[in-house]
Design a protein around this ligand. Structure first.
Ligand code: ADP
Length: 246
């Protein structure tokens, strides 16, 4: 079953296309790594495929329906880039943030025992149960990203979308973070990960989409490194890319 289908999708800012004519399908159980040079439209594409942005042309179908219907944040968990200020500034505890994931399920009523169990389980799964009563402003970047994943799990999200989640996270925690994503994917969660580090994507993702405004490659992660798409999409940035990987 496909989770997301993009057909001939174009999106422009002030008349300048950031994403052009992209067709792409994400199947249930995929772990898709979305790569491309800086400014190649990765964030824009992630926002399109989660229904946060509506395309200027083409269609985005999420769970068989127009994508913008899912902006209520239950079936799609969106983990934004770790930017200073926003999340860190919220005077909330870890448990409070994860609890937000449950409210759409509880409706107007109070949270029930099932909801609290679901919150506890989400905290356990991402390995932050011991941090439940900490304010999120006191956490490291990597821990904070886990909180947002737990919120998505508490919401029973079917798709987890992450935008360069480990920018500013130290190397050791990064590895553990991607291991967590792999485990979540192995237990059935569909994941789309925007990531500038191609080494991470080929090590952890099962499929790769390579973007530079247009889609240059979509297929098996192992085939990607051997394809010409990398060179074609990165063009003059290729040297920088090789430098980064050796
Ligand atoms: P990436 O995530 O690959 O770095 P983005 O999707 O953020 O790429 O951006 C793609 C292009 O669209 C870039 O040229 C960027 O400058 C432009 N862009 C992104 N967001 C906006 C915006 N809100 N307004 C105008 N231009 C934007």
């Amino acid at each position: 079953m496909s989770v997301v289908e993009l057909a001939d999708v174009t999106y422009a800012y002030d008349g300048r296309p950031a994403v052009e004519d992209v067709s792409l399908t994400v199947e249930s159980g995929d772990f898709l790594g979305l790569v491309g040079p800086n400014g190649s439209g990765k964030t824009t594409l992630l926002e399109l495929l989660t229904g946060l942005l509506r395309p200027d042309a083409g269609t985005v179908t999420l769970f068989g329906e127009p994508a913008h219907r899912f902006s209520d944040g239950t079936r799609v968990g969106y983990v934004a880039q770790e930017t200073t200020g926003t999340a860190g500034g919220m005077p909330l505890t870890v448990r409070e943030v994860v609890t937000m994931g449950r409210y759409p399920h509880a409706g107007l009523g109070r949270l029930g025992r099932d909801d609290h169990e679901s919150i506890d389980e989400a905290l356990e799964t991402v390995g932050i149960a011991h941090l439940a009563s900490r304010r999120i402003s006191t956490l490291s970047g990597g821990q904070r990203q886990r909180v947002f994943i737990a919120r998505a799990l508490a919401a029973d999200a079917d798709l987890l979308a992450l935008d360069e989640p480990t920018v500013g996270v130290d190397a050791e925690s990064r590895e553990a973070f991607y291991e967590l994503l792999r485990e979540l994917n192995e237990s059935g969660l569909t994941i789309v990960l925007v990531e500038h580090d191609i080494g991470v994507v080929t090590a952890f993702a099962s499929t790769v989409a390579c973007l530079n405004r247009r889609l240059y490659f979509h297929g098996d992660a192992l085939e990607f490194t051997e394809s010409d798409a990398l060179r074609a999409a990165y063009g003059a940035n290729q040297r920088l890319l090789e430098h980064r990987h050796h």
